[in-house]
Design a protein around this ligand. Sequence first.
Ligand SMILES: [Fe+2]
Ligand SMILES: [Fe+2]
Length: 294
Amino acid sequence: MPVTRREAVAERLLRSSVTHSYDPAVDIDWDAPLVDGLWGIPQHRSTLYGTALWDGLTEQQRRTLTIHEVCAVARMGLWFEIILMQMLLRYAYDRDPRRLHVQYALTEIADECRHSIMFAKMTERCGVPDYAPRPMTHQLGRLFKTIGAGPTMFAGALIVEEVLDQFQRESMRDETVQPLIRMVNKIHVTEEARHVRYAREELVRIMPEVNGAQRAAAQWFAARVAFVVARNLVHADVYASVGIDPRVGHAAALANPEWQETLRWSARKVVPFLREQGIIGGPTEVLWRKAHLV
Ligand SMILES: [Fe+2]
Ligand SMILES: [Fe+2]
């Protein structure tokens, strides 16, 4: 088999997966107690930071809220990882398993499987409820994981992976954040860097071959995914943990200019790339703007 660029990239990713992977079951001390006085995310990334509601909270309540927020973001990540695992499995089902890029797709499924368990254990450890997506989002995810393929699959993966990456990369270096959460972030950032590389490579390869209808479909699905992810990144019920009505807290977060700025900050790497690939653009761009991602 001739060595194509696609296979050469897959080979590097597979090699790095062997040398730079974690097993959260052994690499994280799940019995270590949470540390008093530390946060779930850096406080300036809280959805309420800078609002009147934030000012009304005690320091302890603010810390509690950020623990619930980081678990809610992880739950959104977990939701999408299960979607992505199914899409990648369907992708591998149709392809020659001797090809390295197919073996990499299988490796990515194994990574995501460990991540989902890791996020679930983190939530349990933090004593936080299961912030499962709302029924409508749950059903949209079912549709996406059943039919998502090609540019739609890779663009969807990049949106979620790159947005989460920005939060986690900052957080893993922040000493105000709980050590257990920093370690979860570090593991995820390390392994996701390969997923991002893989999905970007595939998109660059696929996009010149798609026709107008496929491009329009990819734009529509990507905008939908981006909107749903941005709107649901932090579950409305987190506010109940500090005595704020979920509807009031959620509305305050959506209207919070600091949070809107944080969303744009989180998308600042993936947006120019998707624009270059023709995935952002056209009539669906309005959704990206409504989601405060551009
Ligand atoms: Fe992951
Ligand atoms: Fe991933």
